[in-house]
Design a protein around this ligand. Sequence first.
Ligand SMILES: [Zn+2]
Length: 230
Amino acid sequence: MSDIRSFYPNAEQGEDYTVQCIEKLRSDFEFDFERTILATSVCSDEIIRSATNFRDHVALGTPFQLGGLSGFPFTGETGFKAFAGHIPDDGFAIILYGPHIGISNSDQPGMVIRSGQMLESTCCGALMGVVNSFENDKMHEFDEEYDYQQWKITEQLYSSRNDIIKNNQPLIAATDKMFERIDHRIKALLDKTRDHFKEKTIALVGGIIVNTDHGSPDWFEEREFEVHSF
Ligand SMILES: [Zn+2]
């Protein structure tokens, strides 16, 4: 069993976190989960599906997917406007967002053993690719046309490359920086599209998703919790 809190001191098991968050939204913000839709801005990696279980608590639990590689909200203004148009009348939405990182039972940040596999593989592979490109000075190897999302997340972290590669845990540093970029972009997109969210209440739930070896619970470290009524 890996020691998640040695890397993420405020992390909680994903299911425990979800229940606490749902309870807080119900009691403090009067969320009606029969009139609530879920959106995510998380990495494309299928391993993330198990990290939290918000989908089990809300009426419209199949999430609108705002994100792409590493959790950056690639669907942009068009995605936010479309999502806004799907919220139940006078209803509520939860936007769950953030990057993810694997921590294997061998306490290796950036690695997990996946279902059906014997050996550890990288997680988040996209962010690991960014770190490797910074370490090897190969930032320009990603093709803007045919590898757009990887190119874009590399561009987003480029100004932080020295802080990342000098850190003794470069992937953890890159994950922290990526959270800041995602958080900033989600808030900017919400602000740009705010007219589409009239009469709606939106919870922003941001953090680091910590994936573990297949069969072990996943974790979540909350970095942002805000509720906006428009
Ligand atoms: Zn990923």
